[in-house]
Design a protein around this ligand. Structure first.
Ligand code: ZN
Length: 268
């Protein structure tokens, strides 16, 4: 069976959210996962209405997190922003709010401290997420991003946090970030019932930019079908979210990109 595909809006930065919604409808892509910048540009209520009218499933809202900060005011501001993100995810009826937890505060070398800030931030917002019925999907990011984007690097770390935090928290599995992990199979099995999102793109060889040179599924070395099979064995039944941060893809005709997103369902 071809899985339901979802368009992560960061894949077509050339387009507004309205254009992405129309594009999904036109190309028969049944899901969408907006980033908050394009969502806010369109207006949350208008976007929720248009997405509903188009019959699209919202596989996630990108993103909350970014908890660590140099001082208490910075950490409080991050928590406030996460509260707004929870409200936005609830308004969209999103499957989850994807959490990119944040790196070290500028100038800091205190990695355990940053990890503690992530946990404290999640603890602070969890009651609201639970009340709103929004699952917080912890997305471990490749360790190359540990300094600036995510001190949460492995699926094991993410699941340990899920265990500690309890209900209302799951994981976002992005093949780009976890494919290299020797513990992947064991941790995917451990994730049973807790995979809230599944993101696909590919690892190109060579990779020329550590953030913006991801490949379309099939262009690189990740065995995406194998990881997807692990996700299904762990009970995941969501949409395959195509999230390709790539300057090359952003330079393409978006209509062509959406054709390839649609086709990715068969490859993944
Ligand atoms: Zn992702």
């Amino acid at each position: 069976m071809t899985p339901a595909v979802s368009l992560n809006t960061a894949t077509v930065k050339q387009w507004t959210l309205a254009q992405c919604i129309e594009g999904c409808a036109r190309h028969g892509i049944p899901g969408i996962s907006p980033w908050r910048d394009v969502l806010q540009e369109m207006g949350v209520d208008a976007a929720a209405r248009r997405i509903r009218d188009a019959g699209l499933r919202v596989t996630g809202l990108c993103r909350g997190g970014m908890f660590p900060a140099a001082d208490a005011a910075g950490r409080a501001a991050a928590i406030e922003d996460n509260r707004r993100a929870i409200a936005e995810a609830a308004a969209l009826g999103a499957d989850c709010l994807v959490m990119v937890c944040g790196g070290l505060p500028p100038g800091s070398k205190d990695l355990p401290g940053a990890r503690a800030m992530v946990r404290e931030g999640l603890e602070a917002i969890l009651p609201e997420a639970r009340a709103a019925g929004v699952t917080l999907a912890l997305e471990p990011l490749h360790p190359m991003t540990c300094a600036d984007r995510s001190v949460l690097s492995t699926l094991k770390q993410a699941l340990d946090l899920c265990d500690a935090l309890g209900d209302g928290v799951g994981v976002a599995v992005d093949v780009y970030h976890v494919w290299w992990d020797p513990e992947l199979a064991a941790q995917m099995a451990r994730a049973k019932g807790r995979i809230a999102a599944f993101h696909v793109c590919d690892w190109k060889v060579p990779t020329t930019d550590l953030v913006f040179d991801r490949g379309m599924p099939g262009e690189g070395v990740i065995d995406i079908p194998a990881i997807r099979a692990m996700a299904e064995a762990a009970g995941w039944r969501g949409g395959v979210e195509v999230e390709v941060l790539s300057r090359a893809v952003w330079a393409m005709d978006p209509e062509e990109v959406l054709k390839r997103v649609k086709a990715a369902g068969a490859l993944c």
